[in-house]
Write a protein that binds this ligand. Sequence first.
Ligand code: HEC
Ligand code: HEC
Ligand code: HEC
Ligand code: HEC
Length: 466
Amino acid sequence: MLKRLHLWVLAAACALASLLVIPGAVASSAGRASAPPTPRFDGSVHLGVTSCAGPCHGRQSASGLIEGAAVRGSELAAWQDPFSPRGAHARAYASLRTPLGRAIGANLGMADPALEPACLSCHADAAQARGPAFQISDGVGCEACHGGAGERWIASHYGGEASYPANVADGLYPTADLQSRARLCLSCHLGAAAQDQFVSHRIMGAGHPRISFELELFTALQAHHVEDERYFADKPQETRAKAWAIGQAVAAAQTLELFLQRAQGESVFPELVFYDCRSCHRPIEDHPDAQSRPLWTPNPGRPNGPGTVAFNDAHLIILSAAVAAFAPPHAAELRQKTYALHRAVLESREQAQAAARALLAAVREATLALESGDYRRETVERALREVLGDALAPRYTAYAAAEQAVMAADSLHRTLVDLGGLSQARSQALAPHVAAAYAAVEDPNRYNQAEFRARLSRLGRELGVL
Ligand code: HEC
Ligand code: HEC
Ligand code: HEC
Ligand code: HEC
C-alpha cells in the first residue's frame, strides 16, 4: 500500500520539480494553541460540490490561468481524478457500497453502511447544516475541508477580490495553516472527538483497513491546486519538513486526546486501537526450538517486558526526531514523559490518564516550538539522521512506527531537494533506496525490524547523513 502511494508522489514531484519552496517568507499562525472547529461543526451551511464547480473550479485542465482569475479552475477535475489517490475523497462515499464496504457493514450488523453516521462521518461531508442542492453521495467534498459555501466568505471569494486572510476571517477554513490543516485531515485520518468519527478496534475487526497518515506526503498526494507565485502572495510558504513536523505533533496530541476521551472501551477491555497492534497480533511460537529464537524484541523507549501490551507510540517516536532537530530544548522532556506514559499504562488506568495529560501538555508546548523552528538544510539533515540512525531505530519494534519512519525519510529527503541540499539527479539516483525502505513496510505481517533497519542505514549512507 505505502509503496504504491510513494510511486504517485515521485510522479508528482517530477511534474513540480521547478517549484522551489523558500521557507519562512510569511509568518503563519505561530502561537495559536488550537485550530478552529472543522467545517463539519462550524455551523456553516454546506451547499454541495456543484456550487463550487461551474466556471470557477470546474475546468477540465490546469493549462494556465484564465484572464483575471485567481486559480487554475481545474480543482474539481483533480479532486475527482479516477486514476490516482488524488481522487480518493470523491470516491469515499462509493467505498461504503463496494463489496468490502458492505462486508464491514454486515459484520457490524448494518443494513447499509452508506446510511450510517458511524461511516458517513469520514466517508462524506457530514455537515450539520445543508443547502437544497447538497448531496451526501458527493463524498468528502470541497466544503468538508474549505468550509460551507453558504457563508460570508463566499461573496468576496467569488469575485476573487478579497485576500486569503480576509476570506479566512470571514469563515473559510484555514487549510493553508499547518496546524489547522493537520487537525482537519486527522479528524478523519486518525479520529476526532465527535463520537461517530472514530475507527474503533471493533470496526477494524469487522475488516476496516488500518489507517495511517503523514501530513506532508498525504497533502502532496491529494493536491488539486497549483502552487505558483500567485499562490504564495498571501499564503504562508512553509517547507515540507515543517509540514511533516507539525503533522507528527498534531497526530501525537490527537492520539492522546482520543485516548483520554475513549480509553474505557465497550467491555472489561480498554479500547484496543490505542495499543501497539503487534503486542497482540503476531504469531505464537510453541515449538521447543523457540527458546533459541524468541520473538520478543526489547524496545529501549518502553519499560515493557515480554507479554505486555504497549501504548501505540508511533507518532511519539517520530515526533521525537522532529523535536531533536527543530526544537531541541523540548527533546528530553518529551522522551521522559513518553516513557512515563508507557510505565503508567502498565500500572493502572488512573495513572495512565494522568501520564497522558502530562505528556499532552509537553506535546502542545513542543508544537509551538516547532511552529517557530529553524528549517534549513543542516537541521533537516539532523532530522534525517535521527530517523534513519541508531538513535530511534531500536524503537521501531512495531510496524506502525516503521511505516512513519519511511514516510518521514521520504518527506525529509524531498525537503533537501527543495532547499538545494540534494540535486534532482542525486535524488533520482536515490529513488531505489527509498523504494527499498518502502518495500520493507509493505506487508504488516512480514515486518522484520532487522531488515528494515539495514535498509534505513543504507539510505542514510547514500544520503550522506550517516
Ligand atoms: C475516522 C474516520 C473513518 C470512519 C469512522 C470510517 N472510515 Fe473507512 N476509511 C477511513 C480512511 C481514512 C480510509 C483510507 C485509509 C487509507 O488508505 O489510508 C478508509 C478506508 C475505507 C475503505 C477502503 C476504501 C478503499 O477502496 O481503499 C472502506 C471499504 C471503508 N473505509 C469503509 C468504512 C465503513 C463501512 C465504515 C463504517 C463502519 C467506515 N469506513 C468508517 C476513515 C474512516
Ligand atoms: C481533503 C480536504 C480537501 C478537499 C476535499 C478539497 N480541498 Fe481544496 N485544498 C485543500 C488543501 C489542504 C489545500 C492546500 C492548502 C491551501 O491552499 O489552503 C487546498 C487548496 C485548494 C485551492 C488552492 C487555492 C489557491 O490559493 O490557489 C483551491 C482553489 C481549492 N483547494 C479548491 C477546492 C475545490 C473546488 C474542491 C472540491 C472540488 C476542493 N478544494 C476540495 C483541501 C481540500
Ligand atoms: C471528512 C473526512 C476526511 C477529511 C477531512 C480528510 N480525508 Fe483524506 N480520506 C478520507 C477517506 C474516507 C479516505 C478513503 C477514501 C476511499 O478510498 O474510500 C481518504 C483518502 C485520502 C487519501 C488517499 C489515500 C490512499 O490510500 O489512497 C489521501 C492522500 C488523503 N485522504 C489526504 C487527505 C489530506 C491531506 C487531508 C487534509 C487536507 C484529508 N485527507 C482530509 C477522509 C477524509
Ligand atoms: C490487546 C490485544 C490487541 C491489540 C493491542 C490489537 N488487537 Fe486487533 N484483535 C485482538 C483480538 C482479541 C481480536 C479478535 C480475534 C478474533 O476475532 O478471533 C482482534 C481482531 C482484529 C482484526 C480482525 C482480524 C481477523 O482476522 O478477523 C483486525 C483487522 C485487528 N484486530 C486489527 C488491529 C489493529 C490494526 C491493531 C492496532 C491498532 C490491533 N488490532 C490491536 C486483539 C488486539
